[in-house]
Ligand binder design. Structure first.
Ligand SMILES: *[C@@H]1O[C@H](CO)[C@@H](O)[C@H](O)[C@H]1NC(C)=O
Ligand SMILES: *[C@@H]1O[C@H](CO)[C@@H](O)[C@H](O)[C@H]1NC(C)=O
Ligand SMILES: *[C@@H]1O[C@H](CO)[C@@H](O)[C@H](O)[C@H]1NC(C)=O
Ligand SMILES: *[C@@H]1O[C@H](CO)[C@@H](O)[C@H](O)[C@H]1NC(C)=O
Length: 412
């Protein structure tokens, strides 16, 4: 009897611990969507005679205008994030960070106010070391002051890089900064690069349970480069690391495969379909990085495809499970809407990273579908309902080289 009670008590406290074991700031209930400067503009400080690659106030305001005027905001694109190289090289006499006086003449609070006036959100960047990756002032000895400064400026999202520190400091610095961010009382999405540095710089296994306790999202893998090969590397990494990452991926806590490379001219139509399909199947953050004027009409149509975005922004936030399948990868993801309590909708993405076409017979019933009334099958890219299927149907498909087929199966 005594032991039984103790067991119940232990279970009860384990439950309590589990309940408080995640960062709960109420943010990022679905994966953040928006724009971030780094992928395309990088440092963006060589502005003279190079306006089109300049990271400055005009650029950030123009992204806000494009989001507001061209339907991006309605589709869910919300955060506008300024990455590294935004500051002066020196702090002010009180130790506060100062925005670059030439490129951001009205300061960061001005940007935040403008972005907020459009109903959008503002993100910024720092690094956990004494300097940032590009050697601007970093937050290491100013964690509390910088948290306060970002809060004063109206920042809604903070990307925190992990260059130039030891593994030991990564494991304490992110926790400390998270505590100071919380103490400002301003809700800020906390994006950590912590596991990337643990795994790829310090060559250890990231402790995702610990990371999920302190961060809303985290980078697992290398910075995206502007190429198809880099994109394949990312897709393959998330496939092979599914087992490690999926348990810690859910509303409020996201694995982050880094920015899209839309609008950079390197992807064919079908390659851009692959990148966005995989990201929405992963329930990954969707961060565009480019000159918004260079997004092609086709890319824009994909970015604003509400059937596709709905899969990525599904409130259950499940990371699709990958299956290797005749030279391609099938990703399967259950999501809302549910029929009753028991029958979720499922999306299937068949991704062919090879150049050859692949023919296959897909039996959707093998991957968790369980409504005996069958499913209505929709092609996500066209929005067409193709046919109704049963749990026993086999669908013959051809996935062209470097392409993806994506279907959503709604329970009937
Ligand atoms: C223009 O800016 C980009 C991004 O910062 C930089 O890589 C490039 O070298 C610059 N070009 C010139 C001509 O300064
Ligand atoms: C601070 O942490 C508490 C406890 O987890 C949480 O309830 C609160 O929303 C957090 N506040 C901010 C601003 O992050
Ligand atoms: C159907 O599958 C879903 C998700 O895999 C599961 O949650 C649900 O319990 C299943 N329903 C029945 C009736 O087995
Ligand atoms: C699929 O089933 C639904 C519900 O039974 C029906 O309304 C619809 O017409 C069917 N669609 C096709 C293409 O057979």
């Amino acid at each position: 009897m005594f032991c039984f009670r103790r067991a119940i008590l232990t279970l009860f406290f384990m439950f309590l611990l589990y309940e408080v074991d995640l960062l709960e700031n109420g943010l990022a209930r679905t994966p953040p969507m928006g724009w971030m400067s780094w992928g395309y503009y990088m440092c963006g400080i060589k502005c003279e005679g190079n306006e089109s690659k300049c990271l400055n106030e005009d650029l950030v305001l123009s992204v806000a205008d494009t989001f507001y005027d061209e339907g991006y905001q309605e589709a869910g694109y919300e955060y506008i994030i300024v990455d590294d190289c935004w500051s002066e090289k020196a702090r002010d006499r009180n130790g506060k960070l100062v925005a670059d006086r030439k490129r951001f003449p009205r300061g960061m609070k001005f940007l935040a106010d403008y972005i907020h006036s459009k109903g959008l959100k503002f993100g910024m960047y720092t690094n956990i070391a004494e300097v940032t990756c590009m050697r601007y002032p970093g937050s290491k000895n100013y964690l509390s002051l910088d948290a306060q400064t970002f809060a004063e400026w109206g920042v809604d999202y903070l990307k925190v890089d992990g260059c130039y520190v030891t593994e030991e400091f990564l494991n304490v610095g992110y926790i400390r900064l998270g505590k100071y961010l919380n103490e400002t009382k301003r809700p800020m999405v906390y994006s950590c690069s912590w596991p990337y540095y643990i795994e790829f710089i310090h060559r250890k296994k990231p402790d995702y349970a610990l990371i999920a306790k302190y961060c809303n999202m985290w980078r697992n893998y290398h910075d995206v480069q502007t190429s198809w090969e880099a994109m394949i590397g990312i897709v393959e990494h998330y496939r092979s690391s599914y087992g490690e990452m999926a348990p810690y991926h859910h509303p409020g806590q996201w694995n982050d495969p880094d920015m899209l490379i839309f609008g950079t001219g390197v992807l064919t139509r079908s390659q851009s379909r692959i990148q966005l399909a995989v990201y929405v199947m992963l329930s990954a953050p969707i961060l565009i990085s480019c000159d918004m004027n260079k997004i092609t009409a086709y890319e824009k149509q994909l970015l604003l495809n509400l059937d596709l975005i709905a899969v990525g922004q599904d409130p259950l936030g499940i990371m699709a499970k990958p299956y290797k399948f005749h030279g391609l990868v099938l990703w399967v993801k259950p999501h809302l809407p549910k029929k009753g309590d028991s029958y979720p909708t499922f999306s299937f993405a068949l991704v062919n990273l090879d150049i050859e076409d692949v023919r296959l017979d897909l039996k959707p019933g093998l991957y968790g579908l369980n409504s005996t009334d069958g499913y209505s099958m929709m092609d996500v890219f066209s929005g067409h309902h193709i046919k109704n299927i049963t749990l026993h149907d086999t669908i013959s498909l051809i996935v062209p080289g470097h392409d993806v087929l994506m279907y959503t199966m709604y329970p009937l």
